[in-house]
Write a protein that binds this ligand. Structure first.
Ligand code: PHE
Length: 388
């Protein structure tokens, strides 16, 4: 192009760009027309990057494994599932944009996601107003499914999870004085802290200190100084792995010996990478334990290992279950209309999932058990299962 004047060069470039856009557009239009009848489009919104990246990537691995299995077995009503997964960068605003795109442009008939309750809360009103079924595999804050009758979850809720850890603190650890350190930027953390405190106090315990931080903080020394002055038997830290990892390290540097207690937000391979042996002797509640010897759990682990070469965390298990339950509901539904799928999800009963037997209640939440894991020797060791 050296012999052309600059204006002609620009013209050539623009022509190439426009003709390729035109081409792309007609291609997608054709594929949409044919695809609509041949495949079932399902959307997924997850934190594949950003501060909660392990939540999104683990969930995505579980969902993809489930979809592969469903398709290999012939799909749903004779159609293959096409999964469209979008990254929200761990941001509620991005998740809202993603869910809008999935519904209006991609024309998905159901949505899986999100993990973090604050992010699911940004998605749910959009799914609801478009009458598109949404299933969160792992958002535990009660408000998520309160957004409307198209919003479901296949995990337990935090009033239960908070009770699990409060009872464990009282009954097993014999704790009488507990301090709380909560993330005030997270609906999940604030809710779980409140539900824990409620049950712990009802059981005769005392909350001797209630401190807070904001997601993204890296220095917790001021809060830990106040907590240390009260000499609690345990510290409840219902946050996500990044901050909790740093809190554990700084607590240890401060000479705090009390065990830390947490919830499912601790479940990440990064937790121990960040916190190291500062977590020794701490406990958290979760959705599943890889030590569970039941065949449904061990089959899942074997298939997951074969696909990805690692042991699945609770998020992968929860993602897998949510996708399987959606497919089960679509199979049972009289048609693939979104309203029919919604009704079929609502009717889910005693589904034998990896994370436990799942029945959807009248509030569109799953009623199921939780496990308590102990961190010891750099692993998450199964302690007990607590039924609702
Ligand atoms: N329950 C958390 C929330 O609602 C999300 C989460 C689930 C994180 C499971 C880790 C593991 O925000």
């Amino acid at each position: 192009m050296r012999f052309l004047n600059p204006a002609s060069k620009i013209l050539i470039v623009l022509t190439v760009i426009f003709s390729s856009i035109g081409c792309k557009k007609s291609q997608t239009q054709i594929s949409e027309m044919t695809a609509d009848s041949a495949v079932i489009k399902i959307g997924e919104v997850g934190s594949m990057t950003g501060p909660q990246a392990t939540f999104g990537t683990s969930t995505n691995q579980g969902i993809k494994l489930a979809v592969q299995e469903i398709n290999a077995a012939g799909g749903v009503k004779g159609k293959k599932i096409e999964l469209i997964s979008l990254d929200d960068q761990s941001k509620p605003e991005e998740a809202a944009t993603a869910v809008t795109k999935l519904i209006t442009q991609d024309k998905v008939i159901a949505i899986l996601g999100e993990v973090a309750s604050s992010v699911s809360l940004a998605m749910a009103p959009i799914a609801q107003s478009n009458k598109t079924p949404m299933i969160s595999p792992s958002s535990t804050n009660p408000k998520v499914t309160e957004q409307g009758d198209y919003i479901f979850r296949t995990c337990f809720i935090d009033p239960f999870q908070g009770t699990v850890m409060a009872r464990f603190a009282v009954d097993t650890l014999k704790a009488k004085k507990v301090a709380i350190l909560r993330d005030i930027k997270s609906d999940y953390s604030v809710g779980l802290a409140n539900f824990f405190a409620e049950t712990f106090k009802k059981s005769g315990g005392e909350i001797v200190m209630d401190q807070s931080y904001s997601q993204g903080d890296i220095d917790f020394k001021a809060q830990l100084t106040s907590i240390r002055s009260k000499n609690p038997d345990a510290i409840f830290v219902p946050g996500y792995y990044n901050e909790v990892g740093l809190i554990a390290r700084q607590a240890k540097e401060f000479g705090i010996k009390a065990p830390l207690l947490g919830g499912d937000g601790w479940d990440s391979p990064k937790l121990l990478e960040i916190g190291g042996n500062a977590f020794e002797g701490s406990y958290f509640s979760n959705h599943y334990s890889s030590e569970d010897q039941s065949s449904v759990v061990q089959n899942f682990i074997a298939k997951f290992k074969q696909a990805y070469g690692s042991i699945p965390d609770g998020l992968s298990a929860a993602g897998y279950d949510a996708a399987k339950i959606l497919a089960d509901a679509m199979n049972r539904a009289p048609s693939l209309e979104k309203a029919a799928i919604r009704d079929a999800i609502a009717a889910t009963k005693d589904y034998n999932a990896v994370t436990g037997k799942i029945s959807i209640d009248s509030n569109r939440n799953a009623v199921k058990s939780a496990v308590v894991l102990k961190i010891t020797g750099g692993t998450f060791k199964y302690q007990t299962t607590i039924n609702p």
